[in-house]
Ligand binder design. Structure first.
Ligand SMILES: Cc1cc2nc3c(=O)[nH]c(=O)nc-3n(C[C@H](O)[C@H](O)[C@H](O)COP(=O)(O)OP(=O)(O)OC[C@H]3O[C@@H](n4cnc5c(N)ncnc54)[C@H](O)[C@@H]3O)c2cc1C
Length: 381
């Protein structure tokens, strides 16, 4: 696919010489780590060596101070295309660093940026929880955590976990972020039976119990409510949508390869399906490119906040539909034989089917409709 917002040479031109090789290694290793108990350790060493683990830090190519969200989204797409689980964990790492950029004080930034640059730190963001969710207990001499997080992507390799939970102190009340030192969480706190899934097995998103963790003041990030602050919270959905589009692009490429291997690309009906697949991928790229531009233009303009959120909501919805549609067309192209375990398509379909399930898809569509209804007069002008 060459119709990307930035060409695939962009990152190499920007000094990420090894990115292409790195992504190729991740892609060819994907079947080997398709197991929740096999963490993508090497994958993150390769990503670190290519420079992209620190790409958004001050002075780097995609420094958040000089935002180029369209290029960042394209990078997410490329990583997701190589392996959707690795893309999921990578997106969490960048999201955590974005929240640090937005809300950390100078001392915290210095420490966490240093950890990425010098200690190959990997960050994650774990907000999802069930009824046994996280609370901060104010005890004599400090704060102690109680409860667990679900869907902790990459927990086996994450060094710094940005988690959220309810805090209730005189000076802080509400949904508070903190960044935990995962070296202090013993392995028996990770429920390794909690990730038996259709796909995304390599993301190893196990339920993790943080009860008893003693929180230091310097580990608290921002103030209660910052995590949910708009337009960042809903507007950020374009990041996972970009990773998802990478999964759809991988299916597109493998579908074409499969048909070519059987000499079936001359068939006009297969061509019609291939045309639909390519059109969908390019459509997704165009949405991402525009979503990235709007994000950079509007994120600091309060008057454009609802527009930014509506555009992000539409982007994630369009890309969800694209993912479903590409899988549907691909299924018809390759048939049962193409979906057997010997083909990469078997895993790619499982991964994308599962990863398309993101929070509140119905509420997202309703929010788009509400935006449309509430802005009807302006739209008709
Ligand atoms: C591979 C993967 C990795 C993930 N990694 C992370 C991570 O690292 N960190 C993190 O914080 N989270 C993570 N998540 C969780 C993710 O952000 C979502 O919270 C999760 O996928 C939503 O789960 P669900 O589809 O079961 O949601 P549900 O909310 O159960 O939604 C399922 C369906 O029910 C509908 N629905 C929702 N509420 C209602 C209601 N009250 N009444 C009727 N219908 C309703 C929804 O619209 C949807 O159609 C991950 C998810 C996946 C799939």
């Amino acid at each position: 696919m060459t119709t990307s917002p930035v060409t695939d040479n962009y990152f190499e031109n920007a000094g990420f010489c090894g990115l292409r090789d790195c992504l190729e290694k991740i892609r060819s290793n994907a079947a080997k780590i398709d197991d929740p108990q096999t963490a993508p350790v090497e994958e993150f060493e390769w990503l670190a060596a290519s420079g992209v683990m620190q790409v958004t830090l001050p002075g780097e190519a995609l420094d958040f101070e000089k935002p180029d969200t369209a290029s960042l989204l394209h990078l997410f797409k490329l990583v997701g295309q190589a392996n959707l689980s690795v893309g999921r964990i990578y997106e969490g790492h960048v999201n955590a660093l974005y929240l640090v950029h937005l809300y950390a004080d100078e001392a915290q930034k210095k420490e966490w940026y240093r950890a990425v640059r010098e200690d190959a730190a990997i960050f994650g963001v774990w907000n999802t929880q069930n009824q046994h969710g996280l609370t901060y207990l104010g005890v004599e001499g400090g704060l102690v955590l109680e409860g667990a997080k679900t869907f902790c992507s990459g927990v086996a390799i994450i060094t710094h976990a940005l988690v959220t939970g309810n805090i209730d102190l005189p000076e802080r009340k509400g949904w508070q972020m903190m960044i935990l030192d995962m070296a202090k969480i013993s392995d028996d706190r990770i429920d390794r039976n909690s990730w038996k899934t259709l796909g995304m097995r390599a993301s190893g998103s196990f339920t993790t119990d943080f009860s008893g963790y003693k929180v230091q003041q310097r580990e608290l990030l921002g103030m209660p409510g910052d995590y949910l602050r708009q337009p960042h919270f809903n507007g950020g959905a374009i990041r996972f949508a970009a990773v998802q589009l990478g999964g759809a692009a991988a299916i597109a490429g493998n579908t074409l390869d499969y048909l070519a291997s059987l000499g079936r690309t001359d068939d006009p009906i297969q061509k019609i399906r291939l045309a639909a697949i390519l059109t969908q991928i390019v459509t997704g790229e165009l949405w991402l490119k525009q979503a990235g531009r709007h994000f950079d233009e509007w994120v600091s303009l309060p008057g454009r906040s609802s527009e930014l959120i509506a555009f992000a909501n539409m982007t994630r919805t369009v890309i969800e539909e694209i993912g479903i549609s590409v899988m549907n067309e691909s299924n018809r192209c390759v048939g049962a034989r193409g979906l057997m375990a010997s083909s990469p398509l078997e895993r790619l379909h499982r991964d994308l089917t599962f990863y398309l399930r993101q929070p509140a898809p119905d509420a997202t569509r309703i929010a788009v409709a509400d935006y449309f209804i509430n802005n009807l007069n302006q739209t008709n002008d």
